[in-house]
Design a protein around this ligand. Sequence first.
Ligand code: NAD
Length: 300
Amino acid sequence: MLGIDLSGKRAFVAGISDDQGYGWAIARALAQAGASICLGTWPPTLRILTKSLERDRLDRSLPGGGEMEFEKIYPFDAAFDTAEDVPEEVRGRKRYKDLDGYAIQEVADQLRDDFGEPCLDVVVHSLANSPEVQNALLETSREGYLSAVGTSAYSLVSLVQRFGPLMREGAAVVSLTYLASERVIPGYGGGMSSAKAALESDTRTLAYEAGRKWGIRVNTISAGPLASRAARAIGKIDRMVEYYEANAALSECNTAADVGHAAAFLCSPLGAGITGTTVYVDKGYHAMGMVTEPVLEEEG
Ligand code: NAD
């Protein structure tokens, strides 16, 4: 039987704060395939995650039996490449002041100390942030735009740069993108559409550069809408989910597990020939050029 087997492999998943988002679904699929999982969690949400885990409030069950365990959870802030990049003001914030070692290079160094080099087979980038996401692009400041692109797109470049030496031959990186990179999605503001366009372009260039340098693969998944914590901050997510259900090629709800399974496949030896690609996991919504007839009929 042809199956996804990641036993003996280690994954680092960046961008998990609860069990509602794509990162959790990807971690779960990787764990189900046998990988051990380390997490990188944003300091402002780290306590929420650890408390929820301690109180057993998150669904760690694995289809087929067993529970997802985390080998280690690292504080991880994708906005900073090195310790020197962290401003004093951020160091002093409530959620940061008792932590250190959360810049991307520092987390790479801790992984090396904890597990040796090389130690990673899968790296997942499932995070995005824009301080002005509620603003139309036309109303977005330079600072807000650069922050969105820095945290949501450059972070992938930095992650591949700094984690590349830790990755074993044949290892894979996967990130999450959205259709707003190439089509207009009203409301996806603050420079987030620009960040996703950069992320997809960088996926191609990183696939070539990191492929030649370390023999690793880099892909991104363009996912359909999901009512995660981040998506709720953007707003109108329930309406978007309904719109996709009504208009995608498949009239089913897009699920986080669909994305988890696709990521596990891409990062497994079964995906060995796939790199530099944007893979759509959106029930075929991206292929549509016109809304479906029932919707046209409803709207008369
Ligand atoms: P989520 O809230 O589960 O994940 C977003 C994560 O980003 C959170 O855990 C948050 O703590 C983390 N984060 C924010 N700023 C960070 C920083 N500076 N450093 C490190 N982590 C940081 O929401 P999600 O919707 O599952 O988002 C995961 C990915 O999926 C994102 O890239 C998002 O753009 C993408 N995506 C989401 C949808 C959707 O509809 N939910 C659709 C397509 C793509």
